[in-house]
Every structure is written in C-alpha cells, then in structure tokens.
Design a protein around this ligand. Sequence first.
Ligand code: AMP
Length: 220
Amino acid sequence: MNLIMLGPPGCGKGTQAQRLIDKYGIPQISTGDLLRAEVKNGTELGKEADKYMKAGGLVPDQVVVGMIKNRLAQTDAQKGFILDGFPRTVPQAQALERALTEAGTPLDAVLNFKVSDEMVIKRLTNRLVCSSCARPYNLAFKPPRVEGVCDVCGGKLALRSDDDEGTILRRLEVYRRETEPLVLYFWERGLLRDIDAEAPEQVVFDRTIEALSDLLDVDG
Ligand code: AMP
C-alpha cells in the first residue's frame, strides 16, 4: 500500500503513521526525520537544510526530492510506504508522481488529517520526541511512562528546536500557503480521504483504519 499522510504540523500524522507501521509493517518515510538525521550527522545536505528548518521554512524542492527518491529506491520501500511530511509543495507532488509512474508503483490514497490552528499550537508546544527512534510524545495528551525516557527504546526525549511558538506559527503559515493546495491537487486525482483529526489518538487511529478499510482488506 502506497500512502501519503497530509496535514499541518502537529495534526498527528507522524503518530498515526507509526501506528500503521506497528500494525501493518509498512515503512514510514518522514522527510523531517531524514533531514534531522542529516543535520545530526553534520552532512553538507544537513548544513544546508538546517538554515531553513530553524526558521520554520521549507527546504528547497530539489534537495528534498533527491533525498526522497534515494529513500524510495531502497528495498524495504518496494512493498509499500507511508510518506509523512512529503510532498509539501505542488512541484514536489509532481516530481513524486513522475517517479512513482516510472517505478510502476502508483499512490493508493492520500489521508488528509484536519485540525484547527489552536489544536496545532496546543499539541506542538507540549511535544517531546525521542532523540533515538523519533517517536512523538505529548506532555498534555500522551506523556511517557518515565519522565524524559522513550517507552519503546529507552532513548532520551527532547523538545524539537522548531517547536517554539514563533516557529510553529511560521510553519503553520507556510503549510497553509505552500502545502494546503495539495488537498485540491490530490482530490482532483481521486486520491483524497479526509480524516477529522481533532480527537484522541485512538479515535483518530480508528478513523484512519476505517478510511483505509478497502485497501487494508486487500493488502492485509
Ligand atoms: P516535519 O518533521 O515534517 O515537521 O519537518 C520539519 C522541517 O523539515 C520542516 O519545517 C521543513 O523545514 C523541513 N521539511 C520536512 N519535509 C520537507 C519537505 N517535504 N519539503 C521541504 N522541507 C521539508
């Protein structure tokens, strides 16, 4: 199953993608995680990307598209993938469409996670992320069992450097301007499935499974 998770920062798409992996074993590919790994490793790509990420802007399309094409060519992505945080612009979506058509692996669906700006701010200002496996937690809605420690891998939890309120507002503005046009783009292609994501994690997961029921029946 080839999926895209679409929605503003903090809509819960990373969390829902993680739950789909746990249940169905489809790899999640998050461009944000890939970029943060490049930054952490101090690569040239990471140094270039860091400037945009710190400011809450978008990393240039050609950088992200090259990175995602390499990732999609890896063996684990051949049996399906969940894209989280990509595409974020219409040119990225067009580049993806071309790459998937060439590879003969078209998209099955685009899940559109809908939440208000107020909810985004509330979620992101309370977010902690595992510095080792990137699992997200939330001090208000989903705290870890042991303070500061990932329930799953024992890694250290940290605030993301772009989760301060000023940068969150900028990321939201960028989302509405650059990424939201993709809702219409994928709707026109008959791929869009809306999910009301302003609910507890389990409820949103049930809605996600429901929205994918025809595809999950086929692929198990
Ligand atoms: P995320 O983890 O998806 O919230 O992404 C964190 C940051 O990484 C974003 O604010 C952007 O600066 C950058 N980023 C992630 N994915 C993309 C993308 N598809 N295109 C451009 N920039 C991206």
